[in-house]
Design a protein around this ligand. Structure first.
Ligand SMILES: *Cc1c(COP(=O)(O)O)cnc(C)c1O
Length: 433
């Protein structure tokens, strides 16, 4: 399969280039030339397949022409090593829990698959691949866990000294193995500057190919479609199901649209947005207008210029009306988010995180208009990741800390101190590459 950039329909690149150099020179986003469908054989047995097998079939449809079948199946099974349960919380409201991975958020699915595919794709490069990540906290942990133990890949994480939370620092610095954490004496911007200086450096690249792990990689999108197909088969075949997706950069909902193109029957997609809502005006027939982001309680969705909008627009052939036919959007305030966490906890004994709460509120709004449908609300993170907001909604100490988060406190931090200086960083890379 060849890939094209949303900003330049003429140039075509290989899977390897789309994944390892995931930022096209024209600043677009890569999409496959052809969006594959799953065949009749798949749709005759999909309800009985294990979750990981659904992943294997989807991966085969996208990447089967480029990666040997048994390699692809093995890396997919390895990436999808935890469940995504569908919990019937209330009438017509099912919660799809996507937080059972190592960093307790749905991004584990995409990041783990991308890491393993990158490892295989870089296999014939001399010396292997070094992934550079600058982080202000959360993404670094997810990327580090995703690449941990992947052969042929080394990860260097740069984080600003004293500017990440204690828990986040533990997530970045306690893995060891192929993960090295650099504690940079500077700001997040300094960390980014060091990464940007190193990426194009010919001397370092001659030793080991350098790449960055960013969230718009096509290899992160495809695996997020696995759980749309997986969750749908847990509803009765005649259910009119809508997916309610707490959205920021719109990657997760785009993965749902890929699943629909593969043949999944979906009544509608609902984008659940916080105050950062650039989608509703476009769906209502206006123009698409990116804006500066505003801070909210569901901060992983504080995005004013969602990058995957370009992919969505491409999928619908640049027709706003076609998109509005399949996708609805609701914007939810912080007060509504807090009220929803309280109300769902009181009525159903279920704790939603702030992002899932935005989803639940949007589902309520949709279901008032369409009472014949059933909502699958994607719960994108575990509530224990957001203790301040949860305490504000429910009072202190109501959220249970899962074991895999609690045990981090006992692990020892391992980080190398690094000045915020490009020459020092480059020579360290050369020496250790
Ligand atoms: C990243 C993230 C989102 C937003 O997902 P997009 O794919 O960017 O729309 C929602 N919730 C949580 C917890 C996230 O980490």
């Amino acid at each position: 399969m060849r890939y094209f950039s949303t900003n330049d329909g003429t140039r075509r690149v290989s899977l390897k280039e789309a994944v390892l150099d995931s930022l096209p020179p024209d600043n677009g986003l890569y999409l496959p030339e052809r969006l594959p469908a799953l065949d009749v054989a798949f749709w005759s047995e999909w309800r009985d397949l294990p979750f990981a097998e659904i992943g294997v079939r989807v991966a085969e449809a996208f990447f089967g022409g480029d990666v040997p079948a048994d390699t692809l199946a093995a890396l997919t099974r390895d990436a999808v090593s935890f469940d995504a349960p569908l919990v019937p919380v209330a009438e017509r409201r099912h919660v799809l829990e996507l937080f059972h991975g190592p960093t307790l958020a749905f991004k584990d699915f995409g990041a783990r698959f991308m890491a393993r595919l990158m490892g295989w794709l870089s296999g014939d490069d001399a010396g292997g691949l070094t992934v550079l990540v600058a982080t202000s906290g959360d993404t670094g942990g997810a990327v580090a866990h995703a690449f941990h133990g992947v052969e042929g890949i080394r990860v260097v994480i740069l984080y600003p000294k004293g500017k990440v939370s204690g828990l986040q620092e533990k997530q970045l610095t306690t893995l060891g193995g192929n993960i090295t954490a650099l504690e940079v004496d500077g700001t997040f911007d300094d960390c980014q500057r060091l990464v940007k200086a190193a990426l194009p450096d010919p001397a370092v690249n001659a030793r080991r190919r350098l790449t960055s792990a960013n969230s718009i990689n096509i290899a992160r999108l495809v695996p997020q479609s696995f759980y749309y197909i997986h969750s749908m088969r847990m509803l009765p075949p005649d259910a009119e199901a809508v997916f309610v997706v707490p959205s920021g950069n719109l990657g997760n909902i785009t993965a749902g649209l890929l699943a629909e193109r593969m043949g999944l029957r979906v009544n509608r997609f609902v984008a659940a947005l916080n105050r950062n809502d650039t989608l509703s005006p476009y769906l209502a027939g206006g123009t698409y207008q990116p804006r500066p982001s505003v801070a909210t309680l569901s901060n992983a969705m504080d995005v004013g210029a969602p990058s995957n909008f370009a992919r969505m627009r491409e999928i619908f052939g640049h027709q706003a009306a076609a998109m509005a036919d399949r996708v609805a959007a609701f914007s939810v305030s912080d007060d509504e988010t807090l009220d929803t966490i309280r109300a769902v906890s009181a009525a159903h004994g279920y704790q939603l995180d702030p992002h899932g709460a935005v989803g639940w509120h949007a589902a309520n709004r949709w279901l008032e208009l369409h009472p014949e449908t059933t909502a699958i609300i994607l719960e994108t993170a575990h509530p224990a990741k957001f203790p301040e907001v949860m305490d504000r909604a429910l009072g202190a100490g109501h959220v249970e800390i899962p074991e895999r988060l609690a045990c981090l406190a006992n692990l020892e931090k391992q980080a190398l101190p690094m000045p915020a200086d490009e020459a020092t960083f480059l020579s360290w890379l050369m020496e250790t590459a």
